[in-house]
Design a binder for this molecule. Structure first.
Ligand SMILES: CC(C)(COP(=O)(O)OP(=O)(O)OC[C@H]1O[C@@H](n2cnc3c(N)ncnc32)[C@H](O)[C@@H]1OP(=O)(O)O)[C@@H](O)C(=O)NCCC(=O)NCCS
Length: 165
């Protein structure tokens, strides 16, 4: 694979981002979304992005093969310095350093935007997701038992966190 670059996402990337994500909606517990995301929902998601809550993409040869984003962790004003991270790599491009590069880039953007902490986490069966978070320095916070349900089974959720500054 040729090298990749990371840049801020634009609405022109909405369909690429949606395609990467919807693969996991159908096949994985890494998202508990069950219905495929619509084009309108992803466009609306762009309206929630800002310097504090950016979306980024990794691309190679003009093709978007991964994306990442920060979102508000909770909506109350007092949570304004905490964000939640998401990273999704196209399922044919795993283990090439994309996820780590996107997450490290997101951490730097979070620091620059004045955020204080990033919340991570994943369905507890998502080894890759949690391993990536630990690899960049997130710490284990705890596990909620059977708070999710997908593919006819109860799922635990493990939470992680990184304090930035
Ligand atoms: C989790 C995910 C983003 C990792 O992306 P990736 O580009 O494949 O990961 P990287 O190549 O950057 O891996 C970085 C490190 O993470 C860890 N890691 C990644 N995938 C792993 C796996 N399948 N098993 C164990 N460790 C893994 C390793 O420590 C790895 O370092 P190494 O390759 O030097 O051993 C990717 O698997 C993915 O998109 N999964 C589905 C979506 C998801 O779970 N997103 C997380 C929700 S926030």
């Amino acid at each position: 694979m040729s090298t990749f670059t990371i840049r801020l996402a634009t609405t022109n990337d909405a369909e690429s981002i949606r395609a990467i994500y919807n693969h996991y909606v159908t096949h994985s517990t890494c998202t508990y979304q069950i219905e495929l995301e619509t084009a309108e929902e992803r466009v609306a998601w762009f309206g929630e992005r800002s310097e504090r809550y950016p979306a980024t993409v990794a691309e190679t040869d003009g093709q978007v093969i991964g994306w990442a984003a920060l979102s508000p962790w909770k909506s109350r004003c007092g949570y304004a310095w905490a964000a939640e991270a998401s990273v999704y790599i196209h399922h044919e491009h795993h283990r090439r350093g994309l996820g780590k590069a996107l997450l490290l880039d997101l951490i730097e953007r979070a620091k620059a935007a004045g955020l204080h902490t990033i919340i991570g986490g994943a369905s507890s069966d998502q080894t890759a997701s949690l391993a990536l978070q630990y690899a960049v320095g997130f710490k284990l916070m705890g596990t909620f038992r059977e708070v999710g349900r997908k593919f006819d089974r109860w799922l635990d959720v493990t939470h992680t966190q990184m304090v930035l500054q």
